[in-house]
Design a protein around this ligand. Structure first.
Ligand SMILES: CC(C)(COP(=O)(O)OP(=O)(O)OC[C@H]1O[C@@H](n2cnc3c(N)ncnc32)[C@H](O)[C@@H]1OP(=O)(O)O)[C@@H](O)C(=O)NCCC(=O)NCCS
Length: 157
């Protein structure tokens, strides 16, 4: 996969099946299809975007826009397409979306053990702001990270 081939678009309800496939191959405690459907259909603050390469979905990102904040609730890349810059591209997309909408803060949570995701977030300017005790269903702690958006910076993409 070449990063230049990636096209990001708003997810449609037809994309949920593929989103669930990527979710299931990415997490040991994946969200079930119904949770995605309810969030997609009924949560007015939720927005989902997919990254396609030659019309195949290789990644998705879910965000909630909450007042002055953009909360990244999910980001995953199809295992076969990882380490090609797609995760960083999706994160940059969300940061640029925040800039375009004049949102000043982006935040997200990650498992304490998820070094890969934390490395990505650190490298994109996120900083830890809160330890989340037993945040996940299996009792693992989480970490909340945030990035303050500078309106002076040009959007990346
Ligand atoms: C986290 C995730 C989205 C990263 O996607 P990706 O497309 O592989 O990431 P990128 O290729 O854009 O890499 C961006 C940075 O992440 C870090 N990274 C990615 N994969 C890594 C790995 N296997 N080992 C160490 N660091 C890694 C590196 O810092 C990398 O930058 P670099 O290439 O300059 O070293 C992907 O691993 C994934 O879907 N994981 C499962 C779901 C998940 O954990 N989501 C995050 C929930 S908080």
């Amino acid at each position: 996969m070449n990063i230049d081939e990636i096209k990001i678009s708003k997810a449609t309800s037809r994309d949920i099946g593929r989103i669930v496939e990527i979710e299931e191959s990415s997490y040991k405690d994946p969200w079930p299809r119904e949770v995605f459907m309810v969030d997609y259909l009924f949560n007015n603050s939720a927005e989902y975007f997919v990254a396609k390469v030659k019309s195949k979905i290789v990644s998705f990102i879910g965000i909630w826009i909450e007042e002055a904040e953009l909360h990244i609730i999910n980001l995953a890349v199809d295992p076969e397409n990882r380490r090609n810059g797609c995760g960083r591209f999706m994160l940059s997309f969300a940061i640029d979306l925040a800039k375009r909408r004049r949102i000043k803060q982006v935040y997200l949570e990650a498992r304490k053990s998820n070094d890969i995701a934390q490395k990505l977030y650190f490298s994109c300017g996120f900083e830890p702001i809160e330890e989340l005790k037993e945040y996940y269903q299996d009792g693992e702690d989480g970490i909340r990270m945030s990035k303050i958006i500078s309106m002076d910076e040009e959007p990346n993409i």
